[in-house]
Design a protein around this ligand. Structure first.
Ligand code: SF4
Length: 727
């Protein structure tokens, strides 16, 4: 620290989900330096290369700092600065007009990854009367999360650090979750835990693993079924736990007779002896965890069934709510939760029934969410809680965009998006583009003018984590609640999303539901139930409830049967397979001999999803979109390292720079996701080059390739061909 720098205050990091603690140093009025905060109870001084970009982000010249209104044609990327008052008045008036003409369901919202508070938008939508909140949740965390809820009655947290065995299936923690994912893994290894990595790519995790199983993408559910079979048929399951706390064992035992180890080996490309060795190790090592991973979520057709089979393994071995196992359940009532703040009771069933896609993919839409909610509400609230409806009761994004184009099943005319960039992050960008051009009102609140924002009518300036007050309580399931004040007052006219929904709410007849002028006031209201104010919580940095294990001995599980449902009564009721099944992914049925197995979406530093492309230090480290092939496969196609290639399949094509990597197996290709080029023109038709290197061009949202339960579209287990790119 130089003599003019003064440590001012603490803040939370923001370029990814985890909110590591930061110390901020100031020179004059400018924050000049950040370091990891050793006093932060969770991150304890950790900061990664992604987090180190936050000051560039805070002061970046391209940040949206004032409300903007479209000047020319939609897509002309020409804007005039307006006041917040004008923006809010005009948007509210248009919303009321569209509501009157088409009904409240005409309004849809797209959200992204944990940049917003969550409950304010759901509260606004419930009161407005629209059931149509959507986003990328169908492929990220929620395929596992909603299955955990419907199978076990709540979300699971894998206690990796205290575990003796970790089976990691499709997670690149070092890139996706430097903290706490990678740090916990390394710590667990130091503590003596064994690590098994199941992944098509020989990633950094595989390098430190005791065993790597290089599985064929999209086939994990069959591997898990083989392990279930081995554990049951060799009497290695925890009989007492299964008898007392699991439902449907006999049906499961009968069901697994349909699967064979030889078939498992053929389908997964893993040697039979390796499959059996790991099954035996898992059954005999206690405690053990199989954490939730994105790699399972993005498998499309098998995503939910793979997550179901994972939970069944954990239940058969009794690895529930023990130190070093899968933690579940709340440890006390604590503050008012996000779920309670959503005002779900105000959305009438006649409006819920209009939710787009909810009759097709029912588990994570209102039909499934209501069954899960009912089971959770039967339990003591100090232990169980329904999932937030913002994610748990979602409209289905691909069908919403269809409705915006076709007017079927009804007119969807108003689109609001926060911390989301569907043009880059969702499949079938061409469709999204047409839908956004077709709508009558597009509003985007974001940090930068993204390809999605460039197609809007209003762009509203968003405050980042350093400019926002917040608490972190894992939707009511963390026994440690953290709080953080704004590290600095928002620069220019940036606002948090609470401000937007409160102000719009007060303009459309919801005045009585928005009594808090600021998020800090709303947080005080929520924290009062825990007997602490927001300021007090910030001072003490955390509020902890005593962790308890084996809470199920008192409460059971918050499912319809009160047990972990090996046989899912909720899936049965929704007319989906109640026991895990395997379906062949697209890559397995491809007829083209030159086809490669396509994987997309593996995280890479320092980028995060579609963010950080305008951050100079990040682009210096990772300037271009990469495709990974191993040397043998590249040679087969006469391709060289650093050459530009085009990857193509039935759905579309995209251009990447080839990087030869021996982490890849033969005949597999990985395409990076999230690429657009903020340095290029944002005007149509170029739109920041959004279609050039967008791996989602090759990712479909067609009904035959998505999971039936929640409509997870595939970001892996696809196929494509490659060739040299010629300009
Ligand atoms: S893991 Fe890295 S980017 Fe994410 S919050 Fe922590 S320091 Fe920030």
């Amino acid at each position: 620290m130089n003599s003019k720098e003064e440590k001012v205050r603490k803040g939370w990091c923001g370029p990814c989900h985890h909110r590591c603690g930061l110390n901020l140093y100031q020179s004059g009025k400018v924050i000049t330096k950040i370091t990891g905060d050793p006093e932060h109870p969770m991150s304890k001084g950790f900061i990664c290369s992604r987090g180190k970009t936050i000051l560039e982000h805070l002061y970046h010249k391209d940040r949206v700092n004032f409300p903007l209104k479209r000047k020319g044609e939609r897509g002309s990327n020409e804007w005039i600065r307006i006041t917040w008052k004008q923006a809010l008045d005009e948007i509210a008036e248009k919303l009321l007009n569209l509501k009157e003409k088409y009904g409240p369901e005409t309004l849809v919202f797209a959200h992204g990854t944990y940049r917003t508070y969550g409950w304010p938008v759901k509260r606004f939508f419930n009161l407005f009367g629209s059931p149509n909140i959507m986003g990328a949740q169908n492929i990220c965390r929620c395929p596992g999360w909603i299955v955990e809820w419907s199978t076990c009655g709540g979300p699971l947290f894998s206690d990796m650090t205290n575990s003796k065995l970790i089976i990691l299936c499709g997670s690149h923690f070092k890139e996706s979750s430097p903290h706490p994912g990678w740090t916990s893994l390394v710590k667990a290894k130091k503590n003596g835990a064994k690590l098994i990595v199941v992944d098509p790519i020989k990633n950094d995790e595989a390098e430190i693993a005791d065993k790597w199983l290089g599985i064929k993408p999209g086939t994990d559910v069959y591997l898990f079924l083989a392990w279930i079979k081995y554990i049951i048929e060799n009497n290695l399951f925890n009989k007492e736990f299964v008898e007392k706390y699991c439902f449907g064992f006999d049906e499961l035992k009968e069901h697994i007779k349909n699967f064979t180890y030889d078939e498992a080996s053929k389908i997964t490309n893993i040697k039979k002896e390796d499959i059996l060795e790991v099954a035996d190790l898992y059954a005999k090592t206690f405690p053990a965890v199989i954490p939730w991973t994105f790699g399972l979520d993005k498998q499309g057709i098998n995503a939910n069934q793979a997550q179901r089979a994972r939970l069944i393994l954990e239940a058969l071995t009794g690895n529930f709510d023990i130190k070093g196992g899968e933690l579940i359940g709340r440890n006390g009532v604590g503050p008012i939760t996000d779920y309670e703040m959503e005002a779900n009771e105000y959305l009438k069933s006649s409006q819920r029934e209009k939710q787009i896609g909810s009759q097709k993919h029912r588990l994570m839409a209102y039909p499934g969410w209501e069954l899960i909610e009912e089971a959770a509400l039967r339990k003591d609230p100090s232990y169980a809680l329904p999932p937030v409806a913002e994610f748990g009761a979602s409209a289905y994004a691909p069908d919403v965009f269809d409705a915006m184009i076709t007017g079927k099943p009804y007119n969807v005319t108003a689109f609001i998006s926060q911390a989301s960039n569907p043009m880059v992050t969702l499949p079938n960008g061409e469709k999204i583009y047409k839908a956004l051009l077709n709508s009558k009102l597009n509003v985007v609140m974001d940090y930068y003018i993204t390809p999605t924002a460039a197609l809007s009518d209003y762009i509203l300036p968003a405050a980042c984590t350093l400019e926002r007050a917040d608490i972190q309580d894992m939707h009511g399931f963390s026994n440690t609640i953290l709080a953080n004040k704004k590290a600095i007052e928002p620069l220019y006219e940036r606002k948090d999303d609470y401000y937007l929904w409160k102000e719009l709410g007060r303009r459309v007849g919801q005045e009585e539901f928005w009594p808090w002028d600021t998020m800090e006031e709303a947080l005080d209201f929520r924290l009062k139930r825990a007997g602490i104010s927001f300021d007090e919580l910030c001072e003490s940095y955390q509020y902890s409830m005593e962790p308890k294990y084996k809470k199920y001995e008192t409460h059971g599980f918050a499912t319809p049967t009160g047990k972990i449902e090996l046989y899912s009564t909720i899936l049965d009721k929704l007319e989906y397979p109640p026991l895990p099944v395997y379906k062949e992914p697209k890559s397995s049925v491809s007829s083209n001999e030159e086809s490669l197995i396509l994987i997309t979406g593996v995280r890479f530093m320092p980028m995060y999803q579609s963010e950080l492309r305008q951050i100079e230090s990040a682009r210096m480290k990772h300037p271009e979109p990469l495709a990974l092939l191993n040397g043998k496969t590249a040679g087969h196609f006469n391709l060289d390292n650093n050459q530009y290639i085009v990857a193509e399949n039935d759905f579309g094509k995209a251009v990447f720079k080839l990087k030869i990597s021996e982490k890849m197996q033969d005949n597999m290709i990985h395409l990076e996701h999230g690429w657009w080029f903020p340095e290029e023109s944002g005007k149509l038709p170029h739109l920041f080059g959004v279609f050039r290197s967008n791996c989602n061009n090759l990712c479909p949202d067609t009904n035959d390739l998505v999971s039936i339960e929640i409509g997870s579209w595939p970001y892996s287990a696809l196929d494509c061909t490659v060739k040299e790119y010629k300009v």
